[in-house]
Ligand binder design. Structure first.
Ligand SMILES: [Zn+2]
Ligand SMILES: [Zn+2]
Length: 430
């Protein structure tokens, strides 16, 4: 096959992709790649394949294509290609919940791209997401601040929406549900206003972001008790995802629908949703969402009070998955569930031990409030993050906050001057 013919095949793949015929596009590119001699074209085609695999939830394939891109970038000895390939590699590792690797590859992206380049903003975003996975929230805020400061130099408004959305994820993990909701709503508003002047490509990206964000809005809504609005959001997201074959969003919607059903005491329906989600997420190697689905399933089984042993087995798997990811908050949540089980079976010593283990994990994640020494993120509460990246219960630093508008105050933990700065991400919604 001639090289011109191969180029043509790559183009055909792109048209198929635009028609949302993803599997056909992947097939076209895979065949074209076999006889492709031009390294630059190989690099681009691998990029198409990586993006399509990610959209279909084939995260392992996504990783493999990124690794192949790295080889080509080294062979061509071009830093720009290296930066791009490392960015894809870091995102792939983040999606596979290999957070340390993801952080390390994001650093390579920073190293190989020129200062202020848009890839640097995205590298900080992957790093922030990975640090959420590792429950290192100070680092998350630090990365988001850097991303936010750099994003002002770019016209790509998707950057800012992603920064807001990641901040929403932080507050969700810390169980400050109103703030989580606020950030996700801001992100959604921004992306909806973007779509007014979107090109065809950015329109696809926008609509993808809309369905993901609607799903992310549903979770805090449910946890704040607004099940009607939560259901509406997740159903809209599910409908869009199903019609486009967006399996990653479909699977996460199933978990959310399971959670809503469980909140309404429809535990049998909830179990079915979780089981369907678990199968899909296992298939995608999405260990983070997989663990969330298992925790939900355990809670539904416990409420049904019929399959205690099954619930225990699933909880053990959830705990070992959370441990393998290095996610202390998910581990703590598993131990707290264990505490509940032990209590219900009147094993009070075991219950106390489980609680102590959970508390130790909060401490290890640096999630004890410096003022009151109580864990943050264990119970729903208002959390405030200062510009030095330290966080506290809002009520514990209420006095400090009140004096803010008058003069700069010092952080109780590090004594650094805490300035009221609008560019600071944690304050962007207050
Ligand atoms: Zn406190
Ligand atoms: Zn501080």
């Amino acid at each position: 096959m001639g090289q011109r013919m191969i180029r043509h095949q790559v183009e055909e793949g792109l048209s198929l992709y635009d028609e949302k015929n993803y599997d056909a596009a992947i097939k076209k590119w895979t065949i074209a790649l076999q006889k492709m001699k031009n390294n630059r074209l190989r690099f681009t085609t691998l990029g198409h394949l990586a993006a399509a695999s990610r959209d279909r939830g084939r995260n392992k394939d996504y990783l493999v294509y990124a690794v192949q891109q790295i080889d080509i970038a080294h062979e061509l000895d071009e830093n720009n290609l290296r930066a791009q390939a490392y960015l894809t590699l870091s995102r792939a590792n983040e999606m596979l919940a290999d957070y340390f690797k993801a952080v390390s590859y994001s650093r390579s992206t920073l190293q190989y791209s020129p200062p202020g380049d848009s890839k640097q903003v995205y590298a900080y975003l992957v790093m922030a997401d990975s640090y959420i996975g590792l429950c290192n929230f100070s680092k998350v805020v630090e990365c988001l601040d850097k991303a936010l400061n750099m994003s002002h130099e770019h016209t790509d408004r998707m950057m800012e929406t992603q920064i807001l959305s990641t901040m929403g994820k932080v507050f969700l993990a810390l169980k400050d549900f109103p703030k989580a909701l606020l950030f996700q709503r801001r992100a959604l508003e921004m992306v909806l206003s973007n779509s007014a002047f979107a090109t065809e490509h950015s329109e696809n990206e926008n609509s993808k972001f809309v369905r993901i964000t609607k799903l992310k809005i549903a979770t805090p809504l449910r946890l704040m008790g607004d099940l009607v609005s939560a259901t509406k959001c997740v159903e809209e997201s599910m409908q869009a995802a199903s019609s486009l074959g967006d399996r990653p969003v479909q699977a996460k919607c199933l978990v959310c629908i399971g959670d809503i059903q469980r909140s309404q005491n429809n535990n049998e329906v909830a179990c079915k949703k979780y089981e369907a989600a678990i199968q899909m997420l296992q298939d995608m190697n999405d260990r983070y969402s997989y663990t969330l689905a298992m925790i939900g399933l355990v809670k539904a089984l416990l409420a049904l009070n019929t399959q205690q042993n099954t619930a225990n087995d699933i909880l053990a798997t959830a705990l070992s998955t959370a441990t393998s990811m290095g996610n202390k908050l998910l581990q703590a949540r598993c131990h707290l569930l264990n505490e509940r089980i032990h209590k219900s079976e009147n094993r009070l010593d075991d219950a106390r031990n489980a609680l102590a283990t959970a508390q130790r994990l909060y401490q290890e994640a640096d999630l004890l409030c410096f003022v009151c020494q109580q864990p943050m993120g264990m119970q729903p509460d208002h959390i405030q993050i200062l510009t030095c990246t330290h966080m506290f219960h809002e009520r514990c630093i209420a006095d400090l906050l009140q004096k803010w508008t008058r003069q700069a105050q010092s952080c109780p933990k590090c004594n650094q001057k805490v300035l009221f700065s609008r560019s600071h991400i944690s304050l962007a919604c207050s």
